[in-house]
Design a protein around this ligand. Structure first.
Ligand SMILES: Nc1nc2c(c(=O)[nH]1)N[C@H]1C(S)=C(S)[C@@H](COP(=O)(O)OP(=O)(O)OC[C@H]3O[C@@H](n4cnc5c(=O)[nH]c(N)nc54)[C@H](O)[C@@H]3O)O[C@H]1N2
Ligand SMILES: Nc1nc2c(c(=O)[nH]1)N[C@H]1C(S)=C(S)[C@@H](COP(=O)(O)OP(=O)(O)OC[C@H]3O[C@@H](n4cnc5c(=O)[nH]c(N)nc54)[C@H](O)[C@@H]3O)O[C@H]1N2
Ligand SMILES: [Mo]
Length: 752
């Protein structure tokens, strides 16, 4: 799901083997430098933004790095300008200065990262046990110790046990066949790469003045704790993974992880982990026993191989993708939705591409690097859209109408609004909104409290999501019986039985159609990360603090204890307790040697210019999340529209407006090779020349002729995202699948 919306944080996944890790907002009070590097929290973290202001009272210096003088820049101590999509160059220049000026925390780097790991000069791949001895593992890597020579890198703990790995130099290793190869630590390779990223050279790529880069690097190098605020901006850029890898590197070189008030962060999720045990509890006893036995056997096998609890949870999630229990939304839209058509011209837009991306996709599917369920050729027939609005959120949605809609026999939307997708559905099932049902919400570690909500009113025919799916399941069960249908084949080709469908769903009648309250209670009861919390008390009080990240794939990555009365700092399990990271090297991994990374020249983070997605036009249509709504909810609300221009509006710089004779409030035509749309212009001195900002989530029907702005965003498929087959470079829940992007889109603007 995260990858299809552009919250996939691929660079974080490549480096940490996971994307969910975030601090509590009060942890900023321990920071002396806070970087707003990629997001706009004054718009997108409205309830939490006060923590940033308060951190400044505690002495923190806030630096906002952004192309535009955003609302967040206004509340920062300083603003570092950068060209859109070029932060990898900026990050690498910061790394260059940190190294050249002696700010590197060498002990941290040696233990927590793969920077000491040896890479072969001849192949560009890690030196592996499989190179050195017959039958050796290809997951065992090596380092060089001046006293001990070439030795294996510990895998079960980050503790180096007295090893002092060399970060620099060139060494010889003897292969299984007796021949010798030269090898260098990743850090040595990085230093050689960084010759191209001095502040002066990087400045030519990212537009940030060299003196500003040097000052920022020194500020980071001298600080006790540097934190970054949450953002999902870079996974919406085609080369965003390179940017995130460079950001993570800056924090690693300066030792800024696992101590209070420090760290690059991934995606903020904090869920109670009761769902999976609740679901298992619904099955009848023999099936439950079988599932738990199989689970225990697999767990024991992985534990024996040195996997931590987190690594086991990750591995089981990957198996889900490989076996078709889960499917990648992004892959589904590219293949079954026809979005790939918009990537056909990618070779014209991305000069680094060596072959058509479709060819890479075929290779990836054939080699089992990535998966799509159902398999290509096996067309989907029914689509149910719940808590989602694909004809609004998917970039280049007209292709879905062209390719996917004709294949579908039935389209259902479950929502409390008439959305762009609802308008193209056969059925719209009215869902109960927040005050019309009893529920609890999922949250983020920034404010780590579960909230309870109780039904206080009802609206016409609207029903809770639980009731809708409870009734739907029962109806399917009955129809199957009436038609004498006993079995069906699922998306992965497995045969499944209709028998007892509703019995299982309702746990033999224990949870009826309107038992939302009871379901909530059961979910809380099954959670391990809400210790001492009871549903009845929670409802009266309204909130309770999570007692830990829990065991679910969507939160375990936070990897820290939640201590009462203390702020939450992620990743201490790795940094303090020395638990391995869920990556191939078991460390923060900056070197990637999978085939596609070698092909694309991305083994280490490098800068690549953003592609000219949509054609070679002068303006870059970047975006951002709107201050005035959460996505499309309230985007068309009269009251909220009265706070803005009353209709979709695009922010445009003063010089770009002048050059085209555009005045504030004018309606203009925006176009590229894909399509065009019409929108009002707001002349915005805060926007840099060459950039346009269209804050997201306008419904298509709010534009002239119902043509929304997503129609000319091609979201080209980045071939490197099709990689797989290596320990952590495999599809997993919410990450490591191809993603959808929008911020590189090129357009031109003309007066109507
Ligand atoms: N161009 C561009 N595209 C983007 C983005 C961008 O920045 N630029 N941002 C991306 C990102 S990060 C995201 S998260 C997505 C968001 O995209 P979506 O999640 O698809 O957002 P919405 O369009 O608001 O659709 C969500 C729908 O769920 C409904 N809903 C809310 N709560 C409930 C509920 O409890 N039950 C039911 N049944 N329905 C409910 C709402 O009414 C709403 O209509 O958009 C992505 N698309
Ligand atoms: N009010 C409100 N809050 C929300 C949401 C909402 O819809 N409305 N949506 C929520 C969701 S699902 C998400 S994913 C988050 C997103 O939260 P954020 O990641 O904070 O949001 P964006 O608005 O995408 O961030 C865009 C900002 O990043 C900066 N930026 C853009 N390009 C670049 C670049 O190349 N380099 C640098 N350094 N900076 C750049 C610009 O200042 C731009 O304003 O917001 C969440 N919060
Ligand atoms: Mo998002």
């Amino acid at each position: 799901m995260n990858t299809e919306i552009g919250d996939g944080h691929r660079g974080a996944a490549e480096t940490f083997g996971k994307i969910v890790f975030e601090r509590s907002a009060d942890d900023y009070f321990h920071s002396d430098v806070i970087l707003i590097w990629g997001g706009n929290p004054i718009y997108t973290q409205i309830p939490n933004a006060h923590f940033l202001t308060e951190a400044r009272y505690k002495g923190a210096q806030i630096v906002c790095i952004a192309p535009d003088y955003s609302a967040s820049s206004m509340h920062a101590d300083s603003w570092v300008p950068v060209e859109p999509g070029t932060d990898a160059a900026l990050g690498l220049a910061l790394a260059q200065v940190l190294i050249e000026e002696g700010f590197v925390d060498r002990a941290f780097v040696a233990e927590q990262t793969d920077l000491p790991a040896l890479v072969r000069d001849d192949t560009g791949r890690f030196l592996r046990a499989s190179d050195l001895k017959n039958g050796g593992s290809d997951e065992d890597l090596y380092v060089h110790d001046p006293k001990k020579g070439v030795v294996s890198l510990p895998k079960r703990s980050l503790d180096l046990g007295g090893l002092e790995p060399s970060l620099e130099g060139s060494f010889q290793a003897t292969l299984a066949d007796g021949s010798s190869v030269s090898v260098r630590p990743v850090f040595q390779r990085l230093r050689e790469l960084l010759v191209d990223y001095t502040p002066e050279k990087a400045s030519a790529l990212c537009g940030t003045p060299p003196s500003v880069i040097r000052d920022l690097a020194r500020l980071i190098g001298r600080a006790k704790a540097v934190a970054m605020t949450t953002t999902s901006n870079f996974s919406k850029y085609y080369h965003g993974n390179l940017i995130e890898r460079a950001q993570a590197l800056v924090f690693a070189l300066s030792g800024n992880y696992g101590k209070k008030g420090s760290g690059f962060v991934g995606f903020p999720f904090l869920n109670n982990d009761g769902l999976e045990p609740f679901m298992i509890s619904m099955f009848d006893l023999p099936l439950r026993a079988m599932i738990s036995t199989l689970g225990l056997v697999e767990e024991a096998r992985l534990k024996l191989a040195g996997y931590t609890e987190e690594m086991i949870v990750c591995e089981r999630s990957r198996q889900g993708y490989e076996q078709g229990r889960s499917t990648s939304g992004a892959m589904f839209w590219y293949i079954h939705g026809g979005l790939l058509e918009a990537s056909e011209k990618l070779q014209e837009w991305d000069p680094h591409l060596k072959r058509p991306v479709r060819e890479v996709l075929d290779e990836s599917l054939e080699k089992g690097w990535q998966y799509v369920w159902p398999k290509p050729g096996n067309d989907p027939r029914v689509m149910i859209s719940v808590v989602s609005n694909p004809l609004r959120r998917i970039r280049c949605y007209p292709l879905l109408l062209k390719h996917l809609w004709p294949k579908l026999r039935t389209i259902v939307t479950v929502d409390w609004r008439m959305t762009s997708t609802a308008l193209w559905s056969d059925y719209v099932l009215p869902a109960a909104a927040w005050y019309e049902r009893t529920e609890h919400k999922w949250v983020t570690p920034l404010v780590p409290f579960i909230h309870a909500g109780e039904k206080v009113t009802s609206f016409k025919e609207a029903k809770s999501d639980w009731e809708i799916f409870s009734r739907l399941t029962q109806a399917v069960d009955r129809r199957a019986a009436a038609r004498g249908a006993e079995k069906f084949t699922d998306r992965a080709g497995r045969e499944r039985s209709f028998k007892g469908l509703y019995d299982t769903f309702s746990s033999k009648g224990e949870f009826g159609h309107t038992d939302d309250d009871k379901v909530c209670g059961a979910l809380i009861e099954h959670s391990t990360n809400l210790e001492g919390v009871e549903w009845e008390t929670l409802k009266k009080r309204g909130w309770a603090r999570h007692s830990g990240p829990g065991k679910s794939i969507s939160s375990i990555g936070i990897a820290t204890e939640f201590k009462p009365g203390e702020t939450i700092t992620p990743l201490t399990k790795h940094v303090v307790d020395k638990d391995p990271y869920p990556t191939l090297s078991r460390r923060m991994q900056f070197y990637l040697d999978q085939d596609l990374y070698l092909e694309m020249g991305e083994t280490l983070p490098v800068h690549k210019d953003p592609p000219t997605a949509g054609g070679n036009y002068p303006l870059m249509l970047t975006g951002g999340h709107t201050r005035w709504s959460i996505h499309a909810a309230w985007r068309d609300d009269k009251l909220m529209l009265q706070q803005q221009r009353g209709e979709p509006v695009m922010w445009m710089s003063v010089p770009d407006c002048q050059a085209r004779g555009v005045k504030d409030g004018d309606r203009v035509r925006v176009f590229n090779d894909l399509d065009a749309f019409v929108v009002m212009v707001k002349v915005a001195p805060a926007v840099r020349a060459g950039q346009l900002i269209l804050y997201h989530a306008w419904e298509n029907f709010q534009f002239a002729k119902g043509k929304g702005f997503q129609n000319l965003i091609p979201s080209p498929l980045n071939p490197v995202e099709l990689s797989g087959g290596q320990f952590h470079l495999r599809p997993m829940t919410i990450c490591m699948q191809p993603s959808h992007t929008d911020r590189d889109t090129r357009v031109e603007v003309e007066q109507l």
